[in-house]
Design a binder for this molecule. Structure first.
Ligand SMILES: Cc1cc2nc3c(=O)[nH]c(=O)nc-3n(C[C@H](O)[C@H](O)[C@H](O)COP(=O)(O)OP(=O)(O)OC[C@H]3O[C@@H](n4cnc5c(N)ncnc54)[C@H](O)[C@@H]3O)c2cc1C
Length: 388
C-alpha cells in the first residue's frame, strides 16, 4: 500500500521518503539482525543520515538543518522502522525530542552552539525527563537544580533515557522551584560537565539497537547560560513538546507494521498447504484486511496530525489518537504477521518476530496507552464544554 493513497505528498516529502528508504534498505537492513542480537547502536547509519541531511530534518537551514516538513519527519521514522525499530527510536530521540526541542526552546546563541553538530551527526542528542520514581507523573520529578554563582548544581537521577550512552547533548529537566510543573526548569547538559555520568545500557525485550540508560547527576555543574528559556518554564516546554513527539513518533509503529506486512504478504503467496497457496484462505485474507486497514488508518491519523502541526494548529487530540491507534495497531498487526508465517514467524530468520518485540515499546514510551486514553477523554469533554 503506498502512502500516496492516504495523502498527497509534496515533492520534498517524496524525495525525503525515497532517500530514507534507500538508506534504510541499503545500510540498515543488512545489519539490523546483528544490531538486535548484540544490542548495538547503528553508528554508520546515523552518519549516513547526517550526510544526507536527515538528522536535522525539522531544523531550519541556518542552524544546519534541512528545513523539511513534519510529515517528512514521520516518513523517515516509517522507513527506518520498516527494518529496525530501535534505530528509528534512537533517530527520533536524537532528531525530535532532542534536537527539535532544543531548537524550539533555546536562544539563538544556544542554537548556534549546539544544533550544527547535532544536524551533521558529529554529536547525538537525548531527552531526559523520566525518573525512577516519576514516569507517567513526569511533572512530579525530583532532580534538583540550585543556582550557585554562574552555575546550576544538579543532583538526582533519570531513567530509561534513549541514547543515554551515546549522546553528548542532553535536554534535562530539573526542579528549581516548588512542587508541580511550574517549579521545573530545562537545561542543556553536556556529557563532559563535571558530576554527570550515564549508566550501562539496560537489556531490553525489543528496541535493542537503541541504548537505554540511567543518567546520574552528582553536584553536576551546568553553566547558567545553559538554562533553556527562563526558570520555571521547563514543565511547560516538556508538555508543549509532547504533541510534536506523539505525532512524529507515530511513524515508528507504522513502519513496524509495514515491515512485517511486506514479509507476511509475500510469504502467503509462496507457502502452500492443502494443495493451494495460504493467500487463498479466507482466514488469512481476514488478517490481511485487518492489517491493511490498520496501516491506512494509522497513516491517516499521523499524516493529518503532521499537517496540522505544520499549520501551527493545536493537535493534542489528533496526536494522542494517532499515537494510541498506531501503537496498539502495531502490536496487534505484527502478531498477526507472525501468525501468517506459522512456525516460521516464531523463528529469528524472519524479521517479523523482531519487529513485534520492538512494537511493544510504543504502547509504553512517550506516554502509555492508558495516559493517551485519559488525554483523549479530557479533550473530548473539553470540546463539549463539559467536565468529567
Ligand atoms: C525503551 C524506553 C525508552 C524510553 N525513552 C525515554 C527517553 O528518551 N526519555 C524519557 O524521558 N523517558 C523515556 N522513556 C520513559 C517512558 O516515557 C516511561 O516509561 C513511560 O512514560 C511510563 O512511565 P513508567 O515506566 O514510570 O510507568 P508508570 O508511570 O509507573 O506506569 C505504570 C503503569 O501504570 C499506568 N498508569 C500510570 N498512571 C496512570 C493513570 N493516571 N491512569 C491509568 N493508568 C496509569 C501506566 O499506564 C502503566 O500501565 C523510555 C522508556 C522505555 C521503556
Amino acid at each position: 500500500m503506498s502512502q500516496e493513497q492516504v495523502i498527497e505528498l509534496t515533492e520534498e516529502e517524496s524525495s525525503t521518503q525515497e532517500l530514507a528508504r534507500r538508506i534504510s534498505n541499503q545500510d540498515l537492513a543488512p545489519m539490523a539482525d546483528e544490531l538486535d542480537r548484540h544490542e548495538q547502536f547503528a553508528h554508520p547509519v546515523f552518519q549516513k543520515l547526517g550526510e544526507a541531511g536527515l538528522l536535522g530534518i525539522v531544523i531550519p537551514e541556518e542552524f544546519g538543518g534541512a528545513d523539511g516538513s513534519f510529515l517528512s519527519a514521520v516518513l523517515i521514522m516509517e522507513e527506518l522502522a520498516r527494518n529496525c525499530g530501535g534505530t528509528a527510536l534512537s533517530f527520533g530521540a536524537h532528531a525530535f525530542i532532542g534536537a527539535y526541542n532544543l531548537f524550539k526552546f533555546a536562544s539563538d546563541s544556544q542554537r548556534k552552539k549546539y544544533l550544527p553538530d547535532l544536524c551533521s551527526g558529529k554529536k547525538y542528542a537525548a531527552f531526559a525527563l523520566t525518573e525512577p520514581e516519576n514516569g507517567s507523573d513526569a511533572m512530579g520529578l525530583r532532580t534538583r537544580a540550585e543556582k550557585r554563582g554562574a552555575s546550576y548544581i544538579l543532583n538526582g537521577a533519570k531513567t530509561f533515557i534513549t541514547n543515554g550512552s551515546v549522546a553528548d547533548t542532553f535536554v534535562v529537566f530539573a526542579r528549581t522551584g516548588d512542587a508541580g510543573a511550574k517549579g521545573i526548569s530545562a537545561f542543556i547538559v553536556e556529557r563532559s560537565f563535571p558530576g554527570f555520568a550515564s549508566g550501562k545500557p539496560m537489556e531490553k525485550m525489543g528496541m535493542r539497537a537503541s541504548p537505554t540508560t540511567e543518567l546520574y547527576f552528582e553536584n553536576c555543574e551546568v553553566p547558567a547560560e545553559n538554562l533553556l528559556g527562563a526558570e520555571g518554564q521547563g514543565g511547560y516546554f516538556a508538555l508543549e513538546g509532547l504533541d510534536m513527539e506523539r505525532t512524529l513518533f507515530s511513524g515508528l509503529p507504522i513502519g513496524l507494521i509495514q515491515g512485517a506486512f511486506d514479509v507476511a504478504l509475500k510469504y502467503s503467496t509462496e507457502r502452500s498447504q492443502f494443495g493451494s497457496k495460504i493467500a487463498g484462505l479466507q482466514l488469512i485474507q481476514a488478517m490481511v484486511a485487518d492489517i491493511g486497514m490498520n496501516l491506512f488508518v494509522s497513516r491517516l491519523l499521523a499524516y493529518t496530525a503532521a499537517r496540522k502541526l505544520q499549520e501551527k494548529k493545536r493537535v493534542t487530540l489528533n496526536a494522542s489518537f494517532s499515537k494510541l491507534f498506531a501503537s496498539e495497531a502495531s502490536v496487534k498487526s505484527t502478531l498477526d504477521c507472525i501468525q501468517m508465517l506459522g512456525g516460521y514467524g516464531y523463528i529469528r530468520e524472519f524479521k517479523v518476530e523482531r519487529l513485534m518485540r520492538d512494537a511493544k515499546l510504543v504502547e509504553i514510551g512517550g506516554g502509555t496507552s492508558q495516559i493517551q486514553r485519559l488525554i483523549i477523554a479530557r479533550e473530548i469533554y473539553k470540546s463539549h464544554d463539559l467536565s468529567p
